[in-house]
Design a protein around this ligand. Structure first.
Ligand code: G3I
Length: 334
């Protein structure tokens, strides 16, 4: 019985969700957060572009509101994310290599210091493995990679560890969960990166698995179990960091759509939670009302007379969906 975090905590796990500052005023959503979440991550407000829109102009206020909400409600926090090619401030690209190195080091240090002791795990680097792994350069061609070379990844972790030696440092990525050739290549790329980092003594402690699942794509328990075991064998723990389900391949009607989403989430979590190295499950929001999948794709869905995406545990009116029950059942069975 009880909320999702209570069920997770009974098994030594944590359950939480992403939250954007602008939604703190929604009483129904906040009630669900307090009922279900023991962990919170900022959907947007802790990204570099948001924290330092102009060089030296640090903007902490929105993120501080989320940290205060978590503290008041005795929730733990994940930090997301220090280095990500999609959230670099525009001014960084005007810098020399040395300027960029200094700006990156200062950003990592200042940000980690601000919430030192309040944030348990930081996503230090997000999505560095090239989307189409298989090329020799399995690292994504980012501005920082071109400017500073692959060592900027190790550098970021070393600076983060120096800034807060108690924080657990994560590498976070997506596209590994399904039984497809693309995901298999991405699993190899991510394991290659993690092995290289660990072999050179880089303080990376956690693999963040985003788990933006796709209903309709195959999921193979034995493959997934083996990947998680390979990551655990490197001495890393694992956190599911952005769980949601892109349901566009499912029938338009809500009932079969919700049932298909719940079935995939249950199968995924049953295998995932069987791995002892897995320590937390975080969904990328709690309610369909605010899912990022609606923002980018709603227009596309509507244009093609597709149903509105229903990727999260609660619907627009904050009613629990079969996905909520699937998460609860998987936690109870863990
Ligand atoms: O809040 C600002 C607003 O003040 C401003 O006027 C407006 C116009 O620029 O932008 C608003 O910010 C938007 C923000 O979402 C609101 O939360 C940004 O434009 C928009 O880019 C941002 O999108 C976020 C995206 O990451 C990029 O940061 C999504 O909410 C968020 O769900 C998405 O999350 C990512 C994870 O970080 C990494 N994994 C993939 C995942 C989905 O893309």
């Amino acid at each position: 019985g009880g909320g999702l975090h209570a069920r997770a905590a009974a098994k030594g796990l944590a359950f939480g969700a992403a939250l954007a500052t602008r939604h703190l005023a929604e009483a129904d959503l906040m009630a669900a957060f307090r009922a279900d979440c023991g962990l919170l991550v900022a959907e947007y407000e802790m990204k570099w572009a948001e924290l330092e829109p102009q060089a030296g102009n640090r903007r902490w206020r929105r993120a501080d509101q989320l940290v205060d909400f978590a503290r008041r409600n005795r929730m733990a926090l994940r930090g997301h994310t220090l280095v990500w090619h999609e959230s670099e401030p525009r001014w960084v690209s005007d810098l020399s290599a040395r300027g960029a190195e200094a700006a990156l080091a200062r950003h990592v240090d200042e940000t980690m210091q601000r919430w030192r002791g309040a944030i348990g795990t930081w996503d230090v680097v997000n999505e560095a493995v090239a989307p189409e792994h298989g090329r020799p350069d399995w690292l994504r061609r980012t501005w920082l990679l071109n400017r500073l070379g692959p060592d900027h990844i190790a550098q970021a972790f070393h600076i983060a560890h120096a800034a807060d030696p108690a924080a657990r440092l994560a590498y976070n990525d997506f596209g590994v969960e399904h039984a497809t050739a693309w995901s298999r290549r991405r699993r190899i790329g991510i394991l290659t990166l993690l092995r290289a980092l660990r072999a050179s003594g880089v303080p990376v402690h956690v693999l963040g698995v985003q788990a933006h699942l796709h209903a309709g794509q195959p999921f193979e328990a034995s493959e997934w179990r083996a990947f998680l075991a390979d990551v655990a064998a490197l001495g890393l723990t694992i956190e599911i960091t952005e769980l949601d389900v892109n349901d566009r391949a499912l029938p338009a009607a809500a009932a079969p759509r919700d049932a298909g989403v719940a079935d995939l989430v249950r199968r995924f979590l049953d295998v995932t939670l069987a791995e002892p190295a897995v320590r937390a499950v975080v969904s990328w929001g709690l309610t369909d009302r605010h899912s990022w999948i609606r923002e980018g794709r709603l227009a596309e869905h509507r244009r093609r007379d597709r149903a509105t995406p229903r990727p999260l545990p609660y619907d627009e009116a904050m009613r629990r969906k079969p996905m909520w029950a699937a998460i609860a059942a998987a936690l109870d069975a863990a």
